[in-house]
Ligand binder design. Structure first.
Ligand code: ADP
Length: 607
């Protein structure tokens, strides 16, 4: 019961609420150490607590430390058993009578305690207390002061109603919750958390976002680069493998292959290709380096044609001379094809190149051989040519003679008609020109160089001629087979024997040109006869020699061809006969003709 003219400003102390809150925060708590001093006031509160905490004693063991010195209290609090909590009420005087400043013990307790400290006053927050339903002592003081002012202003204290402060909101120190691992979800509803420190995330959110983004971008970039590099390496590997395959194929096929990566301007070439241009093996070169190896006279054409192929995405094909570092020169035939990328831009050009120097030489040689053939040889003066000449000149000379005789008869009778005489004379001029033409043609044939006899291997010579006509055989779709006995040596003019062989082969090819492609067969054979001669035969699958031609075949100027001169066989026979051999032919029973010639084998070679 309050005395009269007194008012009250108060706040309800909720002591059981302290234990409830401790058990809510840490349900597994089994021990609560109560820290209070020994002053009369503290003793009062020790009593209050003991009474109020009584209902919880079957749940928790309370350790009352109020009979101890502060040092002993701190020591005990540093070594509390697990699942302990400390309740710090207030501490003014310890058991040894030592006075302490407010909160001093709490501060030291905070430093040494091995369990969380539950406070009681609002001021305890921030000094080491986890928090709780903290007594608002400052608020209470302020409200008390406001009430005192009203009294001082003359208000009757008894008229001022008792003011009970609202139950404090549970308030907690975020740092202590973290320190003791107390989850915020365990706090009583409506709890306030103070001293919340922004997390690194909250403090540096944008820095972190930036750094993470940067890292992600960098990672993406690295992954991109690595993927790209891997893809490139894979592509390079595929390219290298295909290049190796091409290289192998190239080795086998005697041609060099090359691949030009246009964007990088690097040309990879097989070893064969590099050797064609005199580049060292294993090193890529640029387009310009290749151009430098081309003969100055051919460079512009090659460059122009390559650029044209690139522009029109078409093929390049050309022949040019390569100038090698050692000063040598060779003819190269080259082909290339442009392969565009997905956008249609030329990405690569690849192709093959081959040394055609020999082929060029062979072509010239072949041309020369053909010319020789068509012009005959000095040996053609003998035999058939002489007879043919007589026959050929006989016609115009007979014509001249008979015309001249008729003219003489007309003038002797004295009735010569000028117009008639003119016509006769012009006939004579015509026939004379014809005879002169024959003689001039033969003179060209006769102006040949001396023959040179030497031992020659007939099989090898035949093979050389076959090599010469190789492309001709392919072009004319003729299947050729040969059965040539080696080491049959004859003493002969190699050039002349080649003329004979070439003439016989060309005649056979021409004879078969109207046959269906699959029926064009050429069989060459060379064998030693029983009489020790070399016997050469050439069998074709053409129509054979026609009836009327069989006797005249070897006569000069007898031909069934539009462009023919009719001297090939005549000359051939003359050549073979001048070497002591024979040349003849026979139509095959199953179609076609076979031409033969025999030659005496060199002394010592025969059986
Ligand atoms: P030409 O240049 O006119 O062919 P040749 O003396 O080489 O002169 O041949 C004379 C003729 O002999 C040919 O026009 C042709 O009618 C005939 N002849 C030559 N070889 C054969 C052959 N293998 N098959 C059929 N006829 C041939």
């Amino acid at each position: 019961m309050l005395q009269t003219n007194i008012t009250l400003v108060t706040q309800k102390a909720d002591l059981p609420g302290i234990v409830e809150d401790i058990l809510r925060l840490q349900p597994e708590t089994t021990n609560i150490a109560v820290v209070l001093g020994t002053s009369a006031l503290e003793k009062f509160w020790v009593g209050e607590c003991r009474r109020e905490f009584q209902p919880f004693t079957n749940l928790v063991r309370f350790t009352w430390l109020n009979d101890l010195s502060s040092a002993q209290i701190l020591k005990r609090c540093a070594t509390l058993p697990p699942r302990s909590f400390i309740f710090h009420g207030f501490f003014i005087v310890d058991a040894e009578g030592v006075h302490y400043e407010r909160n001093e013990v709490l501060r030291r307790l905070h430093e040494v305690a091995n369990a969380p400290v539950f406070g009681y006053f609002a001021n305890d927050l921030g000094l080491g207390a986890v928090g709780g339903r903290l007594f608002q002592d400052s608020e209470l003081g302020a409200q008390g002061a406001r009430t005192a002012i009203r009294i001082l202003r003359g208000e009757e204290a008894g008229h001022i109603p008792v003011q009970t402060m609202e139950a404090p909101r549970p308030t907690y120190d975020w740092r202590e919750l973290r320190r003791w691992g107390i989850d915020e979800s365990r706090l009583p509803p409506g709890s306030v958390i103070q001293y919340r420190q922004p997390t690194l995330w909250e403090l540096y959110r944008w820095h972190i976002v930036g750094v993470v983004l940067f890292c992600l971008l960098q990672t993406a970039l690295i992954i991109g680069l690595v993927t790209n590099a891997l893809a490139r390496r894979r592509a390079d590997q595929v390219l290298r493998e295909s290049e190796e395959r091409m290289s192998l194929a190239a080795k086998a096929a005697r041609f060099g292959v090359w691949v030009w990566s246009i964007a990088r301007n690097r040309i990879w070439g097989s070893d064969r290709w590099r050797s064609l241009f005199g580049f060292v093996p294993g090193k890529d070169v640029s387009f310009e380096e290749v151009i430098q190896r081309i003969h100055p006279d051919d460079r512009e054409t090659v460059e122009r044609e390559v650029r044209r192929a690139l522009a029109s995405r078409s093929d390049y094909e050309g022949e040019f001379r390569a100038l090698l570092p050692d000063g040598s020169q060779r003819w190269i035939a080259c082909r290339g094809r442009v392969s565009p990328d997905a956008n249609g831009t030329p990405a690569r050009m690849m192709g093959a190149a081959v040394d055609i120097s020999e082929a060029k030489g062979a072509a010239t040689e072949m041309q020369g051989l053909r010319l020789q053939l068509w012009h005959a040889d000095r040996v053609a003066q003998t035999g058939a040519i002489t007879a043919s000449l007589a026959h050929e000149l006989n016609q115009p000379l007979t014509g001249i003679l008979s015309t001249a005789q008729a003219g003489l008869r007309f003038t002797a009778r004295g009735n010569a008609d000028c117009a008639l005489i003119r016509e006769m004379l012009s006939n004579i001029v015509h026939d004379t020109k014809r005879a002169a033409g024959v003689i001039n043609g033969l003179r060209a044939m006769l102006g040949r160089k001396e023959t040179r006899r030497e031992p020659i291997d007939l099989a090898a010579t035949t093979q050389e001629v076959l090599d010469l006509v190789h492309s001709e055989l392919i072009g004319r779709q003729v299947q050729a087979s040969q059965n040539l006995e080696p080491q049959l040596t004859v003493v002969a003019d190699k050039g002349q024997i080649e003329q004979v062989l070439l003439n016989l082969v060309m005649n056979a090819l021409e004879a078969m040109q109207d046959q269906p492609a699959e029926q064009r067969h050429l069989k060459l054979a060379l064998a030693r006869t029983e009489t020790g001669e070399a016997l050469f035969s050439l069998c074709d699958s053409g129509p054979g020699v026609p009836e009327g031609g069989q006797d005249k075949l070897f006569e000069a100027f007898w031909t069934t061809k539009k462009q023919g001169m009719g001297i090939g066989l005549a000359v051939s026979r003359s050549i073979i006969e001048s070497h002591g051999g024979r040349l003849w032919f026979a139509n095959n029973p199953d179609g076609g003709a076979t031409f033969y010639f025999s030659l005496p084998v060199e002394r010592g070679e025969g059986k």
